[in-house]
Design a protein around this ligand. Structure first.
Ligand SMILES: [Zn+2]
Length: 347
């Protein structure tokens, strides 16, 4: 088939099915017999790419392309054909619905989705147990029934037979960059810029605190390396309880994307590398003569027994118990980004 013929099929399919009246629908297609440089992919997952840059590249490659409406669909289209699984890859088995079902509620048996986790261990992000939600169905009224992600094609096919659902119209397995952390790059705190997705190491500078809306914020870094705020936003649910356990002096490595105002890392994963030892006051000292607790003489003034007049400088102290252990923690399945690598795949 010649390219012009292919283009006509692609064009008429988009124009027939795309919901162009939706303001977030901005499709685009790129048809090329040569793969654009992988840089086009790297740019688009690691930073914000100006559309003009992509258009220049497409003109240079003399390919067939078209961007509808704001044209930004061209960026994703170019990135996807430029991609090569150099670092990592996963697979997704996508099933489609009958056209008459599009836009209606999807019928999927959650119990069968949970059993994939047991029977097909190389699959991931199937079900969020803490928040009781299956994660294989999309939220949009699109023609997709569900997508099963995993490391092994054979297990994905097996999972397909385990999921109980409304009739599947058709299915296909894609090679993908989902769950690969391809978007992340290691940065020093001082180099971090808005819209990047980064891995950065730092010592906790300011203890976590909760702001309006239930978001938990803390700061890493110091005056030499620079400082940056990190956030576990409300949708990350239970993950925030991990973050709340951090203390000034802990060493962490955070994984996430950077928002501009205020400059904040939106944490997807955290590697707690060192927990500081904190001494806390347990109680006032006990008088060695009468066995009663001494009274404080004022801030930093020490303690004194009122009856026996015996003095002591120090309170009874103990090491603060940390409800956190060293290691990786991730946001729950329900708030995980598609590109974010699940800890399950860190092997
Ligand atoms: Zn006493």
């Amino acid at each position: 088939m010649n390219v012009k013929k292919i283009e006509n099929i692609v064009k008429s399919t988009i124009e027939k099915y795309a919901k162009l009246e939706n303001k977030n629908t901005n499709p685009g297609y790129v048809i090329s017999q040569r793969r654009p440089s992988i840089e086009a992919y790297e740019w688009s997952v690691k930073r914000i790419v100006p559309l003009e840059e992509i258009k220049q590249l497409l003109k240079f490659h003399k390919v067939y392309y078209k961007g509808y409406k704001n044209g930004r669909g061209l960026i994703g289209a170019t990135a996807s054909i430029a991609w090569l699984p150099i670092h990592d890859k996963t697979y997704e088995l996508i099933t489609y619905r009958d056209e008459k079902k599009w836009g209606t509620d999807r019928t999927i048996d959650d119990k069968s989705v949970k059993s994939i986790d047991k029977l097909c261990p190389s699959t991931f992000d199937n079900y969020d147990y803490k928040n009781k939600r299956n994660r294989i169905t999309p939220n949009s009224p699109c023609p997709i029934l569900y997508g099963l992600r995993g490391d092994d094609v054979e297990e994905l096919k097996k999972s397909f037979y385990i999921v109980k659902s409304e009739p599947v119209h058709s299915w296909i397995i894609f090679e993908t960059n989902q769950g690969t952390d391809d978007h992340l790059q290691k940065k020093n705190i001082s180099e971090i810029k808005p819209y990047q997705s980064i891995i950065a190491e730092g010592i906790v500078y300011k203890n976590p605190y909760t702001i309006k809306g239930g978001h938990v914020i803390f700061t890493i870094g110091n005056d030499l390396t620079g400082k940056i705020d990190c956030a576990a936003y409300e949708p990350t649910k239970q993950f925030r309880n991990i973050i709340r356990e951090l203390l000034v002096g802990d060493l962490v490595e955070v994984y996430g994307s950077v928002r501009e105002k205020p400059l904040t890392i939106n944490i997807e994963k955290i590697n707690v590398k060192y927990l500081t030892e904190k001494i806390e006051k347990l109680e006032n000292p006990v008088c060695p003569n009468c066995g009663k607790h001494m009274k404080s003489k004022g801030k930093n003034q020490g303690y004194k027994c009122i009856l026996c007049k015996i003095k002591s400088k120090k309170a009874v102290e103990r090491k603060k118990v940390r409800n956190l252990i060293i290691g990786f923690y991730e946001v729950p399945v329900c708030s995980r980004r598609h590109l974010s690598k699940p800890l399950k795949r860190f092997r």
